[in-house]
Design a protein around this ligand. Structure first.
Ligand code: ZN
Length: 355
């Protein structure tokens, strides 16, 4: 009984927000990377060898002295998308674990073999990591990475940001995705995260699978487990331009502020441009692609997006806009295979979206 009284007292003190007298929280553990209360730890989450070679995912864990949300920031799912990788290096140098109300998990590079191998879209197994979630412990490398991130990162988090940009071949304008699931609480929290990230173009996404065991996408894996999540896009073409990196860094920090993890103002978008519908225009053929539009350009229904030719230069296909809208990204280098993306066209939604 005495023990219980002591416990109640300690809990009351913690609730009052006193850092100096709060009890030590349980350490936060991501694989072998363990951060004690008020501390930071960095190391590698191992993806063991299986049917093909494994990898080591670099992770940092910041565990504040006060309880609060656990925000996971996942960079480099596509290893040729560099802006988020650089942004997380900056955030790691900037975060002070002694001042956090809650915790932050940084996955610096979710897909190291695609980063060091300079691969776009696909891993060495020919699979897109952002299409194989929640993964499988006995699958190929992309599936095993997804399994490790699902079970060690998403499982520990309360909120997730999946950080992307245009891949090495994609010229992209910044935007984020707000996913609508039908779970009112998750959808409302996700909307606030998207606004807090600070990108003014927000694609409304209602299409992702609802089965928690077949989520395919990183952020969908989180939301189907009841954890608000967004996907963000800033940068592309293999560049690390300052504006694109800064948008990733500032956006992630602003979401920390929105969630109360750091004591700072968030940079909420005051006048978001909601986009719905948005459609990926895919290639009708394998060949040589020449775009006729640039990112951020407005297109009319049926407007020419670009042409696919054979290797000799004979145009085999003209690719046209499915509806009027803005070019969110366009493939800006020549190689293309049948069924791969060529462009992403989005239409401005009318008014404030309802889940
Ligand atoms: Zn990506």
């Amino acid at each position: 009984m005495r023990q219980m009284l002591v416990s109640s007292f300690v809990v009351a003190v913690a609730a009052a927000g006193s850092a100096s007298t709060a009890p030590a929280r349980e350490p936060l553990r991501v694989g072998p990377v363990v951060a004690a209360t008020g501390q930071q730890a960095s190391g590698y989450l191992a993806v063991p060898d299986g049917v093909d070679p494994g990898t080591q995912i670099p992770v940092s864990v910041f565990h504040g002295p006060r309880p609060g949300p656990v925000l996971a920031l996942i960079a480099g799912t596509h290893g040729y998308e560099y802006t988020s990788i650089v942004a997380l290096q900056r955030l790691r140098a900037r975060l002070d674990p002694t001042r956090l109300s809650g915790s932050v998990i940084l996955v610096h590079m979710a897909n190291p073999t695609t980063f060091y191998g300079r691969r776009i879209y696909y891993g060495a197994d020919g699979k897109n990591l952002n299409r194989v979630y929640p993964g499988a412990a006995d699958g190929t490398i992309s599936q095993r990475i997804a399994h490790a991130i699902t079970s060690e990162v998403i499982a520990r988090a309360t909120h997730v940001i999946d950080m992307h940009c245009g891949d090495g071949n994609e010229s992209l304008r910044p935007y984020s995705y707000w996913q609508v699931t039908g779970d009112a609480a998750v959808d409302a929290a996700g909307k606030q995260m998207a606004l807090a990230f600070g990108l003014d173009h927000i694609v409304i996404d209602r299409e992702r699978p609802s089965d928690p065991e077949r989520t395919l996408y990183t952020s969908n894996t989180a939301v189907r487990r009841g954890k608000p999540a967004i996907t963000v896009e800033s940068g592309g073409m293999g560049l690390t331009d300052e504006g694109s990196v800064r948008a990733q860094e500032a956006g992630a920090f602003s979401v920390m502020a929105e969630l109360g993890i750091v004591d700072a103002p968030s940079i909420k978008v005051a006048a978001p441009l909601w986009i719905e519908p948005a459609q990926v225009v895919t290639s009708p053929a394998t060949g040589v692609w020449q775009p006729a539009v640039e990112k951020m350009q407005s297109v009319a229904t049926g407007a020419l997006i670009g042409r696919v030719s054979d290797p000799f230069g004979n145009v085999t296909h003209e690719v046209r806009a499915p509806f009027a809208g803005e070019v969110l990204y366009v493939v800006a280098t020549p190689p293309v295979s049948e069924g791969e993306p060529l462009a992403y066209v989005g239409q401005l939604a009318e008014g404030e979206p309802k889940p």
